[in-house]
Design a protein around this ligand. Structure first.
Ligand code: EPZ
Length: 418
């Protein structure tokens, strides 16, 4: 086990490069299973534990995997097993994409129910509704989802809630169904669009990803392709918040500024300066910021995955901020940890009321989940004295080389074995 040790109080200066998007990569890698001939060569893959987990899962199914720095080659032409029931599958949320991918290509699969961050109930009823609409029989037995279809036939599906996972999963299966599928009320996140673009590179016919209606015309088969994953909106947002909170001047490269607009708008409202270029953003900040209110919502709204890092910066902003978390029912577990460092936050259900304090102080804290971990790193960077963060395996699931990247910006941060 390892921990991060941070001596806070330093401004951040310099340039940092954002990695490929975790939540795109963890869908694109299972989607590569659907290519019946030729390898998928995928670039800009983030070096994170969730990706390594998926590599092991795909190898277990019979895929041939080659890793070269940030590139991954996946050859799925000789898949031997349609049964994904391992510890790795149970550990991560995105393993549910194996259901849609295997169902699409082989018309059957058995996949253990997914795990992931403990941020509230995480149902998959909308995924199941979509698979059933395409003609699959779905049952849950001994903790695994079992899906089977004689054939998949396109259908019109209206999602009751906006779900990233259900949109992508049903899109995967529908890609190899007969006829046309329409997905209404789909998620419009950049990673949904990226997965659709990846599938189209493999020979799929998907139109409208990123809009209110996605139309998928089924094709007979998919083949390997060359593809590069989009930059990570959430990793970029996390570094933007860190730069604004610590003060200084940081250029964040390999980003799509359009994907960051909701985050940039809030940081500007707080008093930071954000300068957008074609594929970078510069954050300039004195570190002295004003309070703002935030309500998380599906894209293009303020992303729930940036809510926890944002609560750290608001802890030292001048005045009262109110955060309303509308996506997950239990995404304030990090608040007790922030309080150990002097934050003044009251949680009432899905609302956090934050009264900004003048200073936070270093303490021994833990990362309760992935983005909670990012929130604690930012807290350590702004706090007086030393902060030790335990449970950093959560952080390693989604942030590549976090201490190396922050160190390059002048932070005093190191990793130690416990
Ligand atoms: C994805 O989770 C992300 N994970 C999450 O990021 C992110 O918080 C979330 O989308 C929202 O943006 C991955 O992409 C691997 P949802 P997902 O289905 O797909 C309800 C991170 O930090 N719902 O969009 O599981 C659900 O309860 C992670 O990187 C149903 O009711 O989320 C929630 O309230 C954490 N029925 C809302 O929809 C369903 O069948 C949105 O969930 C599915 C979801």
């Amino acid at each position: 086990m390892e921990k991060l040790i941070i001596k806070g109080g330093r401004p951040l200066f310099g340039e940092i490069e954002i990695s490929g998007a975790k939540n795109a990569a963890v869908a694109i890698i299972p989607a590569a299973i659907m290519a019946s001939e030729g390898p998928c060569n995928i670039d800009n893959i983030p070096n994170i534990e969730d990706v390594h987990c998926l590599e092991r899962i795909l190898q277990g199914l019979g895929c041939k995997i080659k890793v070269d720095n940030n590139s991954l080659s996946i050859d799925s032409s000789n898949i031997m097993s349609l049964d994904a029931c391992t510890e790795d599958v149970r550990r991560m949320r995105a393993s549910y994409y194996l259901i849609g991918a295997l169902l699409g290509r082989f018309k059957e699969a058995r996949v253990e129910l997914p795990g992931g961050c403990p941020i509230g109930v995480r149902p998959i009823d909308q995924h199941i509704k979509g698979f059933e609409a395409l003609g699959a029989k779905v049952k849950i037995e001994h903790g695994a989802v079992i899906v089977k279809a004689d054939k998949l036939v396109g259908a019109s599906i209206f999602f009751d809630v906006v779900s990233v996972g259900a949109t992508i999963n049903v899109m995967l299966a529908a890609t190899l169904a007969e006829g046309t599928t329409t997905l209404e009320n789909p998620a419009r996140e950049p990673h949904v669009v990226d997965v659709a673009n990846f599938l189209n590179s493999m020979g799929a016919n998907i139109k409208g990803a990123g809009t209110d209606v996605i139309r998928i015309t089924g094709v007979e088969k998919l083949k390997g392709c060359n593809y590069s994953v989009i930059p990570d909106q959430i990793e970029a947002g996390t570094y933007m918040i860190a730069a604004a909170a610590c003060g200084g001047e940081v250029v964040i490269t390999n980003v799509i500024p359009k994907h960051l607009e909701s985050i940039s708008a809030k940081l500007i409202e707080m008093g930071a300066e954000i300068i957008e270029e074609d594929d970078s953003v510069k954050v300039k900040s004195s570190g002295k910021l004003k309070s703002v209110n935030i309500k998380t919502s599906p894209y293009p709204g303020f992303p729930t995955d940036v809510q926890q890092p944002m609560s750290t910066i608001l802890s030292v902003a001048d005045g009262r901020s109110i955060i309303n978390e509308s996506i997950w029912e239990s995404r304030f577990k990090h608040v007790d940890e922030l309080k150990k460092m002097g934050a003044n936050i009251k949680v009432e259900g899905r609302t956090a009321i934050i009264d900004g304090v003048n200073r936070m102080t270093g303490a021994i804290v833990k990362a309760t989940d992935l983005r909670a971990g990012a929130a604690m790193v930012i807290a350590g960077l702004i706090a007086e004295g030393t902060t030790e963060i335990e449970g950093i395996d959560h952080i390693d699931r989604g942030y590549p080389n976090i201490e190396i990247k922050f160190k390059a910006l002048g932070a005093d941060i190191r990793r130690e074995s416990i």
